[in-house]
Write a protein that binds this ligand. Structure first.
Ligand code: DX5
Ligand code: ZN
Length: 218
């Protein structure tokens, strides 16, 4: 699949979300929305009401990344609200199969996320239940952190696992993805790239997306 870029609005201006989303809607593929509850991660961002408001203003589909406890309760509601993709964390879900199925039956793509130290091998049997595997390349919670190279072999293993089963599952990397790191991620087999500070920290966010996409396609 051609590489896709999902700018994270964690690095946008929360008082001007609609405008900041519009900035990238000509070049990006998704808008990555980081939902944090101050329990699963030590940071608090936004929830369902803001996602519902944003859906009315975004030309791009929303890729909701739920870094929350109890995703089983909340994830289906994001899908029902109209999110294009909803990712739950393997470390937090108590009934991942039920929740992933609920996301899909509400019409969204279902994602399973894993933290840097969580192995993917334990989730091989769930690959048929998901549309995307999100591999965190920083410890979740904050934008602007340093990319963890240590995760790259796992990206490769995840891609091999998916290839081996011949499934159309996307591999997303999230955290520290920039002009310096995106090619390594693409080489390892990632095809969806979340970038927060590398996009919204740039003078021209739309152009930053264009450049990242070109680099990932090399
Ligand atoms: C971190 C979030 C990321 C974050 C990425 O917990 O899940 O989506 O916004 O930001 P950068 O690209 O700045 O590392
Ligand atoms: Zn994220």
């Amino acid at each position: 699949m051609a590489p896709q870029i999902a700018p994270s609005i964690l690095s946008a201006d929360f008082a001007r979300l609609a405008e900041d989303v519009a900035l990238i809607s000509g070049t990006a593929d998704w808008v990555h929305v980081d939902v944090m509850d101050n329990h699963f991660v030590p940071n608090l961002t936004l929830g369902l009401p803001v996602v519902e408001a944003l859906l009315k203003h975004s030309a791009l589909p929303l890729d909701c990344h739920l870094m929350i406890e109890d995703p089983d309760r909340w994830a289906p509601q994001y899908a029902e609200a109209g999110a294009g993709s909803v990712t739950i964390h393997a470390e937090a879900a108590k009934a991942p199969i039920r929740t992933l199925r609920a996301i899909r039956s509400a019409g969204a793509r279902a994602g399973l996320g894993v933290n840097p130290a969580t192995p993917v091998e334990g989730f091989e049997d769930l690959l048929g239940e998901i549309d995307m595997l999100l591999l965190m390349t920083v410890e979740p919670g904050f934008g602007g952190q340093k990319f963890l190279d240590v995760v790259l072999p796992k990206v490769r293993r995840a891609r091999d696992m998916i290839k081996g089963r011949d499934l159309p599952v996307w591999v997303q990397v999230d955290g520290g993805v920039s002009a310096e790191t995106i090619e390594r991620c693409a080489d390892a087999g990632a095809d969806v790239f979340v970038a927060g500070s590398a996009v919204y920290g740039a003078d021209d966010p739309a152009d930053a997306v264009r450049r990242l996409k070109a680099q990932a396609a090399k």
